[in-house]
Design a protein around this ligand. Structure first.
Ligand code: SF4
Length: 372
């Protein structure tokens, strides 16, 4: 079932590792929100894929919007689209924006799921990452959310930080689990080009973690989460039964989704479209009726590679007969090799990563890529 993504491109400050599209100046907020409302109006009629099963406010930092601004967007969505009564409605939130009053307001608006950008419960790590919140904010917010009565909630944590050891990573997971967290997204710190972190690494002030350390932390993550009863349903995602994220699954399974706002991506099952990652150029494009997006229709071969990359990250893996191009004909030897090495399973026409294979998901997918 289809999903709707709304990108709120504003943050209080720039985290050192982040390469998402956002601005720390709120000067264009009203203009961008108005343009998003208009984009919704213009694109809703062409998005005819059945009732929405998920609505996702991402960014950026959607939690810095006033509840009335979120309400205006949600009202418009509900007027323009048929929304499944059980739809998942997620709001990404930062710990420094969490108050009991805001949580109550968000629930009132129909937000069913909160995604909290915790990243770490330690002050030194939060300062290192340039986060706007403090360690007490992280603890206080998770406490409040656990009691707020949302249908589900999740937190993000980052491992693979320079110098992180097993005791530190264990402590982070223990704090999260002790608060009854029903879902976790855990990401390994990556050094993205043109970020402050990339600059720090280049000038030698930061030494990235070793592959051995990050692999050990990923193993520990899987052990702890499995022992706590979580399903490891995607490389970076763990959920208790009944708490697996609906929205992200549309990205992994090839379901159609509509992306609204600067830099937002859309896929209608055939064509991909992405809006310009610039707040003023986006708003101007919408206001003037000029083109503010690019699009492309992936070839069957490109679509196959995309499906391998995303599908292999999931527990279900990839149904080979569902791929536009026959991968076994091209790369049967590669599949056999990874099966022999214990990194892939190939049963009932499906390939999926083993626990060992999860360490090498991107490499295995790229070895299976089809080359024109
Ligand atoms: S709050 Fe999120 S989107 Fe904003 S800079 Fe930090 S990581 Fe990036």
């Amino acid at each position: 079932m289809p999903g709707l993504y709304l990108h709120i491109p504003f943050c209080r400050r720039a985290c050192t590792y982040c390469d998402f599209h956002f601005s720390t100046s709120l000067g264009t907020k009203d203009r961008v929100l108005k343009a998003m409302a208009r984009e919704l109006e213009e694109r809703a009629p062409g998005f005819d894929n059945g009732p929405l099963s998920s609505i996702y406010f991402g960014g950026g930092s959607p939690s810095l919007l006033e509840p009335r601004e979120l309400e205006a967007l949600l009202d418009r969505v509900r007027r323009l689209f048929t929304v499944d009564p059980e739809a998942e409605v997620t709001l990404e939130a930062n710990p420094d924006d969490i108050t009991a009053g805001r949580l109550a307001a968000w629930r009132q608006l129909g937000i069913t799921r909160l995604s909290l950008g915790t990243q770490s419960f330690r002050e030194d790590r939060l300062r290192f990452m340039g986060r706007a919140h403090t360690a007490p904010d992280a603890l206080r917010s998770i406490d409040l959310i656990a009691k707020a009565g949302f249908r589900s909630w999740t937190i993000d944590l980052i491992y693979g930080l320079p110098g992180m050891d097993r005791a530190e990573w264990d402590e982070q997971l223990t704090i999260a689990l002790d608060h009854g967290m029903p879902h976790l997204s855990a990401y390994c710190l990556t050094v993205e080009p043109r970020t402050a972190l990339a600059h720090q690494v280049a000038n030698g002030t930061v030494v990235p973690a070793t592959d051995t350390d990050t692999a050990a932390q990923f193993d520990r993550l899987m052990d702890r989460m499995e022992a706590a009863g979580f399903l490891h349903y995607e490389i970076s995602n763990f959920g208790l039964p009944g708490h697996l994220a609906v929205h992200n699954r549309s990205y992994w399974t090839g379901a159609p989704y509509l992306g609204i706002g600067p830099s937002a991506h859309s896929f209608d099952g055939r064509t991909r479209r992405w809006n310009v990652a610039h707040n003023v150029r986006y708003a101007q494009g919408v206001e003037e009726g000029a083109r503010y997006w690019e699009e492309e229709t992936p070839s069957p071969l490109e679509r196959t590679n995309e499906m391998l990359l995303t599908g292999l990250r999931t527990t279900e893996g990839v149904v080979l007969s569902g791929l536009p191009v026959d991968v076994l004909e091209e790369h049967g030897d590669v599949v056999r090799r990874y099966v022999e090495q214990g990194q892939l399973v190939h049963t009932d026409g499906r390939i999926a990563l083993t626990r060992t294979g999860k360490h090498f998901a991107d490499r295995i997918a790229s070895d299976l890529f089809l080359v024109p």
